[in-house]
Design a protein around this ligand. Structure first.
Ligand code: 4AD
Ligand code: MG
Length: 464
């Protein structure tokens, strides 16, 4: 007999007929009348299916009464309306087959609540909890919706390399990729020779962003996007930093910063709507148990206009408001997350697009504005998470790009191919990167970014 997903059984209109389901036991309780109630979850949806196992089953005493959270079973039985409270249907089992036992003495996900910190130490089992099941389904919905958004707008999905020779953000927070042994690189006469004997005959890293390669494709196919893992070796132990995270990066030829910001706002609204429409059960759980207000915040981003202001206006506003910050805001310095949070949560009370940052604090690829002091950069800030998107219009003028490379300490010889894009048929273009995990944080209200990615990599933590 065909096995059905619990989701499908719960969606059925007609409550009769034989069904077969399989999953993991969440709870079991026994009634005095000689039946056991098993809450069964197979991950296909938030809800459990109630299985009623009568004591006339062959293995009732020997097995059913020994089921505990975590055991895996296959159940065959009749689907019927449920007289009990809390569910409208149940399966009256005619057969319960045990696939795998889980010793309650040692299974870490028994009846008592387990903290998120403890769950990180058992990252292989935490997908079996309500929270991580729900996070995983929301994550999937956001990934599917991101593709849908760009596919519907005639963007091409491209796969940019994970191993790269360039440092897109110029922040130097790179993981080296090498096959050289523990004795390391063989120092030659010049620095560049150091990695001549290495696998690629040069030094290589894990990518921090697919942007530069995406630019090459945008300057040929018009509209492209990447969606892949990115890596940053910054020693940041915060609730919104990972060493390995996923980024969605659209890149558009013939677009300026304004169109870029419009695209970013449309994209965020689209994602919020998708989660609201497609993940109602999981969202109801987050609203009730994890982050009250999360649905309102999603709703408000889905429907609101984003406040737009320049970096200079933002710094003025922060200074003028008289709010006491740990670091006082100063023109020419990067905004701290406390500043970003204040702007989006208090000053604007909604999403904010900040534009036109001082050129000194931004990477070489951002286009220099008319004023010569600022670049056509943009950050999008959301309540609760702060910066969720970073992007810019790109410097498409060859001469200016070379100036910017020199002033940011980037050697144009290392980026010949990138410079070429300005040499042959250059066009204005722009793009941005959405931090995928930060988006999941916003959608679920999960406080720590380590709890929205299956196996988090952070400083001194790559256990799984
Ligand atoms: O602002 P970032 O560094 O921008 C870029 O990498 C550009 N090359 C993107 C582009 O224009 N194509 O990173 C983009 C976003 C941030 O806004 C943030 O949401 C997320 O990526 N992000 C991180 N998320 C988790 N952990 C980290 N360590 C992150 N660093 C950035
Ligand atoms: Mg940024």
């Amino acid at each position: 007999m065909q096995r059905e997903l619990i989701r499908a059984v719960l969606e059925r209109q007609v409550l009769r007929g034989t069904v077969r389901v399989a999953g993991w036991v969440r709870t079991r309780r026994d009634s005095k009348a000689g039946v056991s109630f098993v809450a069964l979850n197979d991950g296909s949806c938030f809800q459990n299916l109630q299985v009623v196992a009568p004591d006339n089953l062959d293995n009732y005493a020997s097995e059913v009464r020994r089921l505990h959270p975590g055991c895996s079973i296959v159940v065959t039985g009749e689907l019927t309306p449920s007289p009990g409270r809390g569910q409208d249907r149940e399966v009256r089992a005619s057969q319960v087959r045990v696939l795998g036992w889980a010793d309650p003495e040692v299974y870490p996900l028994g009846k008592q609540r387990v903290s998120f910190e403890r769950l990180r130490e058992i990252a292989h089992l935490r997908p079996r909890t309500n929270t991580f099941g729900a996070v995983t389904r929301v994550r999937n919905c956001l990934a599917r919706s991101a593709h849908r958004f760009f596919q519907e707008r005639a963007f091409y999905y491209i796969h940019t390399p994970i191993i790269t020779g360039s440092d897109c953000e110029g922040a130097g927070a790179l993981f080296r990729v090498t096959t050289l042994g523990p004795e390391g690189a063989n120092p030659g006469e010049h620095g560049a020779d150091l990695y001549r004997g290495d696998f690629f005959g040069r030094q290589t890293f894990l990518t921090v962003s697919g942007q530069l390669e995406a630019e090459a494709y945008a300057c040929a196919l018009g509209r492209v996007y990447t969606f892949g893992p990115t890596f940053r070796a910054e020693d940041s132990n915060t609730r919104r930093h990972l060493a390995e995270f996923w980024m969605i990066e659209p890149e558009v030829a013939f677009a300026d910063l304004n169109e870029n910001a419009d695209l970013a706002c449309d994209f965020l609204r689209f994602l919020c709507n998708a989660v609201l429409e497609e993940c109602s059960d999981d969202l109801a759980f987050f609203e009730e148990r994890i982050a009250p207000g999360v649905m309102d915040r999603l709703q408000s981003v889905a429907t609101s206009d984003f406040t737009r202001m320049t970096y200079t206006e933002a710094v003025d506003l922060l200074a003028r408001d008289g709010h006491r910050f740990e670091f006082s805001p100063k023109y020419g310095c990067d905004l701290q997350s406390e500043h970003e949070r204040y702007l989006t949560e208090t000053a604007c009370n909604g999403p904010v697009v900040l534009t036109d940052y001082p050129r000194e604090i931004k990477p070489f690829y951002m286009r220099v504005n008319e004023d010569d002091r600022t670049v056509a950069a943009m950050d999008v800030l959301l309540p609760g998470v702060g910066e969720i998107i970073g992007g810019s219009q790109r410097e498409e003028r060859l001469e200016m790009l070379l100036v910017r490379m020199r002033e940011t300490g980037v050697d144009p010889d290392d980026y010949q191919w990138y410079v070429d894009l300005r040499r042959f048929g250059t066009v204005p273009h722009a793009g941005f990167g959405l931090g995928f995990e930060r988006m999941i944080q916003f959608a679920t209200g999960m406080a720590n970014i380590r709890d929205v990615i299956p196996f988090p990599r952070t400083p001194r933590n790559a256990e799984f």
